[in-house]
Write a protein that binds this ligand. Structure first.
Ligand code: AMP
Length: 216
């Protein structure tokens, strides 16, 4: 199962991808997580990416394609993967298609998760991430105090707001999505690969719609 989850920042791609991991037995590949890991490790790429991410801009396509090529070469992708946050531009989508054509493993589906802009804004400003286990919460809709605890033990989650989720950066990120990523809707739509789901409301109901879109 090779899937792309497409949607604006805050549309719930990460949350839903985490639920699909168990159901389909394939890894979630979040380019945002890969970049944050590089940033936290202080690698040359990570340091370069930090300023770009903090400003709500996109890391360049060649760099992103290099990261994805490396990640897709790992053995845990043999049965497939859920791409979350990639591709984000037409050039990335073209690069991915070429890469997958080489190995004759095309995408099975691209799912657009639709959420209106006001709801996105509310979701992102409330978002908190655990420093230790990387799980994502929301101060209102999914507070970190509910089980399971951090890393499966009794430790409380150590949450913080990622710099790119601050109010100052969100408007910029949503504009970047509209101008650079939203054209992928037409790109995949015209290739007959796009399924669209309503990604507002109850998280379980959204998962059900997503699974239905993937199996239907
Ligand atoms: P995310 O967690 O997917 O919202 O990503 C956080 C930030 O990482 C984005 O705002 C971008 O700065 C950067 N990023 C993640 N994925 C990509 C990508 N596919 N292309 C360019 N930049 C990306």
């Amino acid at each position: 199962m090779r899937i792309v989850l497409l949607g604006a920042p805050g549309s719930g791609k990460g949350t839903q991808a985490q639920r699909l991991i168990d159901r389909y037995g394939v890894p979630q590949i979040s380019t945002g997580d890969l970049l944050r890991a590089a940033r936290d490790a202080g690698t040359e790429l990570g340091l370069r990416a930090k300023a770009i991410m903090d400003a709500g801009q996109l890391v360049d396509d060649a760099t992103m394609l290099g990261i994805i090529r490396e990640r897709l070469a790992r053995p845990d992708t043999a049965k497939g993967y859920i791409l979350d946050g990639f591709p984000r531009t037409i050039a990335q989508a073209d690069g991915l298609a070429a890469m997958l054509a080489e190995v004759k493993q095309p995408l099975d589906a691209v799912v657009l998760m639709k959420v209106d802009r006001d709801a996105l804004f509310r979701r992102i400003t409330g978002r908190r991430t655990c420093r230790r286990c990387n799980r994502v919460f929301h101060v209102e809709f999914a507070p970190p105090s509910v089980p399971p605890p951090c890393a499966g033990d009794a430790t409380a989650h150590d949450v913080f707001q990622r710099p790119e989720d601050s109010e100052a950066t969100i408007g910029k990120r949503l504009d970047v999505y509209e101008s650079q990523t939203a054209p992928l809707v037409e790109y995949y739509g015209s290739r007959g690969m796009l399924k669209t789901i309503d990604a507002e409301g109850d998280i379980d109901a959204i998962t059900a719609r997503l699974v239905q879109a993937l199996t239907g």
